[in-house]
Write a protein that binds this ligand. Sequence first.
Ligand code: PHE
Length: 453
Amino acid sequence: MKNASNTARDSFGSSFGVLVALAGSAVGLGNLWRFPYLVGQNGGAAFIIIYLAFVLLIGIPILLAEFIIGRRSQASARAAFQALAPGGHWGIAGVLAVLCCTLILSFYSVVGGWGVEYLVKAFRFDFSSMDNESLKNLFSAFSTSTWRPLLYHTVFLGMTAGIVIGGVKNGIEKFSKVMMPLLFLIMIGIAIRSLTLPGAEAGVDYLFKPDWSKVTSGTFLAALGQAFFSLSLGSGMVITYGSYVKKDANIVSLGTQTAVADTVFALIAGCAIMPAVFAFGISPGEGPGLVFITLPHIFSQLPLGGVIAILFFFALLLAALTSAISVLEVIVAFCMEEFKIKRGLAVSLVFLVIWALGCLCSLSQGVLADWKVLGKNIFDLFDYLSANVLMLIGGLVVVVFVGWKLGRKQMRDELTNGGTLRLPNWFIDTLLFLLRFLAPAAILIIAIFQVSE
Ligand code: PHE
């Protein structure tokens, strides 16, 4: 298939580069911040097993479907649909994906900024000798204040833009190649420290021995939502990165490896956090404050805790950055292709918009707390609209588009690189079944539950 746009497109240099960039996008605050607190709130191992089943049966198929759209069209989110189905209205899904990324990056950058602030605090050994209550107050005083969170949001977004301006190969790929292995090593180190604490077994049991009595319909909703968020599905990310992947790369193995890497990271984060939580007798169900309140509390009591705090918040920042650059790239690629502008200009314009929206998100924790839409402040509204509404719509359109519109022949053609790679028939048939029936049914059920909540 011909290039959908006439301009020369950037692309990834090597398959390792593609893999780390994709894994970099998937592994982020979703793994280090959201996954552990959801596990804690939803009863541990049972949640993890349901989550794993969703990743396998719904997550990987959608990931491959988005890959098919991106690589086949070699175009950004909206143009990709248009190139594969000219004349239709499918491109609207691409525009929604860009909107979704705009909302995600606005609040993601604020949380990334909190990470920067906590890294600075860790360097100053601020957590040593603080008890849980004072750490709680510290976090709420900081996140509801006006200026400092804005400053750090600006720093985080500036770093993200600085990488994306370098382009795909020289910015995104280069950064991810160094940072992802480093992130992996740091998290493994922290997990080992946590697993060797006296009393860590209770945390291990919590993670791996299911208690099915805790499972409710809410557990399924949370698990599917998390699978979408963590694998960056329905946001145009895999379509956009897929469009930079060479025609001879094996997208089935790239897609599967990405999902495996993301899941392994989530489990490592669980092993880094839960055993320590149990060893110190803290409740695992602390919620979103787990990483910013509970963990510093643990660090303050651990031998070498000051160093571990630095490593942890550094890892959090790396994970958040490699994800934020992928979210920004979806919007930037869209602007470059749709408005025919250069990367530098696109990054600058998008920076300004996201910066302003991010400021609103940040202030909605404090002075703008009373600005509410649908009963939610701006931060929560953006989170809800992106992760619970737009990503699901995006995922639904993708599965219907690939499962029904493109169909078996085009799907097989793209997955096998025009017949050069061998793929058993049962694989294609199963994938088609999951895309045509199981994935849409699951997404619709979740959506109905959410509306009736
Ligand atoms: N998957 C990322 C995380 O887990 C978040 C993300 C969502 C990234 C959508 C890109 C697109 O933090």
